[in-house]
Design a protein around this ligand. Structure first.
Ligand code: A3P
Length: 336
């Protein structure tokens, strides 16, 4: 047997073992009828479950790596654009940025979707990823590979108030994913109930956010904790904080020249949404349109979908779950 055939067999044997392992995990249905698998306390779609187990087992961190970690629909696309622009600003001034012609998801790969979905041991060395390597993931803190925790790499965590996050996720799933034919899809109210109970992709939301919140307090040099709402309120000062944290601070000269404003504008919802690549482009797999990542980018849009009763339930849950941790989301009343 030649090397190529041997490695193909090993890899398909590995795939078989992985499939068997995942099928032993607790299972639930997602909002449109696909199976979610529970691994180490969190729920994942099949591809993500397998990818995250491989990632956890095999990933070797570099001290220079940057991890961009989010709950889904919390502004991952935005954060990818911001971090890519900060790190590469000397190479690509804003008028020549690859963001003008490339969707942010093609510049900063997802661990689950692009890296470990096809190969349990991808080659992430040997110049395949220029330094600093920037990766995105929704992996919860407790499931991260040990080498990330031991290395000096940086983690930027972004979350969003749970009401807007739920609505953004709900609309993304029901508008973009084919339904499982044999399944009666959940109503929005049923999906909300599942969200509150924690059975949704990459949930429970509460534990996901709390894990990174606690680590950002214990290790502020390693984990920067950001909220979507804060970025919306003051992108310039958050951009400076982000650049300082990543070790790419803006010089006085750059600040005078307006580089912070240029990056903020380039990465803004309005600019990215209107670029041709994001209007008519598609993801390489799954026939998902790039435009699916740009809906309306507002804070508080939940009021148009969620009843006050549901919002009150979420508020109470937030208070119960976050207790005296110091973590709080401003969930205004509908009438406010
Ligand atoms: P809405 O559905 O509320 O509009 P993710 O990138 O994690 O998938 O999150 C998608 C959400 O972020 C969507 O929220 C999307 O509109 C919003 N978004 C995308 N790009 C943005 C940007 N540059 N600035 C602000 N929000 C953005």
């Amino acid at each position: 047997m030649d090397d190529k055939t041997a490695s193909k067999n090993i890899s398909s044997e590995g795939d078989k073992l992985m499939e068997e392992l995942v099928q032993t995990l607790p299972q639930e249905k997602n909002w449109v009828g696909y199976t979610l698998y529970q691994y180490q306390g969190f729920w994942y779609p099949l591809v993500a479950a397998k990818a995250i187990i491989s990632f956890q087992s095999h990933f070797k961190a570099h001290d220079t790596d940057i991890f961009l970690i989010t709950t889904p629909k919390s502004g991952t696309t935005w954060l990818k654009a911001l971090i890519f622009s900060i790190v590469n600003r000397k190479q690509f001034p804003h008028t020549q940025s690859p963001l003008l012609t490339t969707n942010p998801h093609d510049l900063v790969p997802f661990i689950e979707v692009s890296i470990y979905s096809k190969n349990q041991t991808p080659d992430l060395e040997n110049g395949n990823f220029p330094s600093p390597r920037i990766f995105a993931t929704h992996t919860p803190y407790g499931t991260l590979p040990g080498s990330i925790l031991k290395s000096n790499c940086r983690i930027v965590y972004l979350c969003r108030n749970p009401l807007d996050q739920f609505i953004s996720d709900w609309l993304y799933v029901v508008n973009n994913f084919p339904r499982n034919e044999d399944f009666k899809p959940f109503s929005m109210e049923e999906a909300f109930d599942r969200f509150c109970k924690g059975t949704h992709a990459f949930g429970p939301f509460w534990e996901h956010v709390l894990g990174y919140w606690k680590m950002s307090l214990e290790h502020p040099e390693k984990v920067l904790f950001l909220k979507y709402e804060d970025l919306k309120e003051d992108i310039a000062s958050n951009l400076k904080t982000l650049a300082d944290f990543l070790g790419y601070p803006f010089s006085e000269e750059e600040i005078r020249q307006g580089v912070v404003e240029e990056i903020s504008k380039l990465c803004s919802f309005e600019t990215l949404k209107s670029l041709e690549v994001n209007v008519s482009g598609e993801r390489p797999v799954g026939r998902l349109k790039n435009s699916a990542f740009f809906r309306n980018g507002k804070v508080g849009d939940w009021v148009n979908f969620i009843s006050q009763e549901m919002a009150d339930r979420m508020k109470q849950l937030s208070e119960e779950r976050y207790g005296d941790s110091g973590l709080k989301f401003d969930l205004l009343d509908k009438k406010a």
